[in-house]
Design a binder for this molecule. Sequence first.
Ligand code: GDP
Ligand code: ZN
Length: 463
Amino acid sequence: MPTYDWQDTIVAIATPPGHGGIGIVRLSGERALDIGATLFRGRRTLARHPFRLLRGTFLDITADETIDDGLAVYFPTPRSFTGEDVVELHAHGSPVVLRRLVACAMREGARAARPGEFTLRAVRHGRLDLAQAEGLRDLIHAQTTYQARLAAQQMRGALSTRLQPLKEQLLTTIVHLESAVEFVEEQLDTHSRATLVEELSHLETQVRQLAATYRAGRLIREGLALAIVGRPNVGKSSLFNALLDADRAIVTDVAGTTRDTLQEVATIGELPVRLMDTAGIRDTSDIVERMGVERSYRALADADIVLFVVDAAAGPHPDERQVIGHLRQRQAICVVNKLDLMPSVVPFELFLQEHDLTCPVVGVSAHTRAGLAELKATIQQVAVGSSFDTSQDWLVTDARHAAALTAAAEALGCARELLAEGHSEEVPLAELHRALHALGDITGETGIEEVFDRIFATFCIGK
Ligand code: GDP
Ligand code: ZN
């Protein structure tokens, strides 16, 4: 972690690289207004008109030259994104203009901002907590609507508000135990121990429930790798296209045309999915085709879920036994394609039974698109379980948060057991502090001073 000089006024281009209609340079810090006022000249001054977008020109005073016409706005502390004085210069989206504005600002004493430094300052000044800042980062990087919705939720404090009551409860318990350690007359009797054990167990369950949402949350974040495998000509590429809603892969009548693994990113339900179309798998002596088959097996091994495509019209084929062999330890769905030609999946259900493979069987037609909705629902169900519900407004999507929640739950579990086993209060206390720390890490607070404050408060009131 680099050391940050919080006194510095920082500057950076806030809009993405490249050319655009507008480009924004942002300044934050004590000297933001000074520097902004040097660069910007308008009929009205920034200092006198905060929160107003003012029209004017940008000047390079050293070169005595006008750089661009544009708008500027001043957000005085603390009512800005970072909580510091912030000035935004809205120029035309020319990289040359924007870089020159940054250079001029630096000449006036600003320093180039490090990655994430505006957000870091916002966290430091209490405008956002860490989890919210991470939500903002995720919102910016979201690739699907659902990802964006979850990230926006988190940015607005969805995780932080859920954690708050849990932390409060934990603090109360800690305070209770701390005073039992401190004062003989407050030592726990059997009854209050039992009550505490029960409270801790309830708390642990809630924390575990939060942590458990990461199973779906991880998939929402990282996406799902889905390999489409099967014999040549069963309709893998057609299914790939049907799932993508576009004609991307080449579909032909000649067996063995897809020699390489094709990849596209799509969304199934609300899940981002990396779809892989692979070369047909069959027994072959052709060396080139053989290599394609190897690649198909590799894609199969890398996938989270394998779509094993078979041809309803052709019926089960001996070459399919090999594929089934590779599916044993994997999450698979058997997709019976060309249902328009032969409307039954039964022969394949029997075939799979014969070969001892248990997996969902879904009939589809890549041509008529029949059964595709059911296939998508099955994919979603296999991926995250039937409890997955995308109307759910919130999930843990960050590995760091999931790890902290799990650590907290484990510490709570230990504390509960230690307490139940009759250990003296110090012993479970250490675990409870660990749990509190873990929860505090999520929002980026230390948490511990807070505990001391509370204890102090109870001393004053209680004694
Ligand atoms: P791949 O080799 O497994 O990728 O199969 P393709 O997607 O290239 O399709 C092979 C042949 O089957 C093509 O002639 C497709 O038009 C045909 N085909 C694919 N899906 C269907 C389907 O659902 N119904 C029918 N009747 N034909 C299909
Ligand atoms: Zn193909």
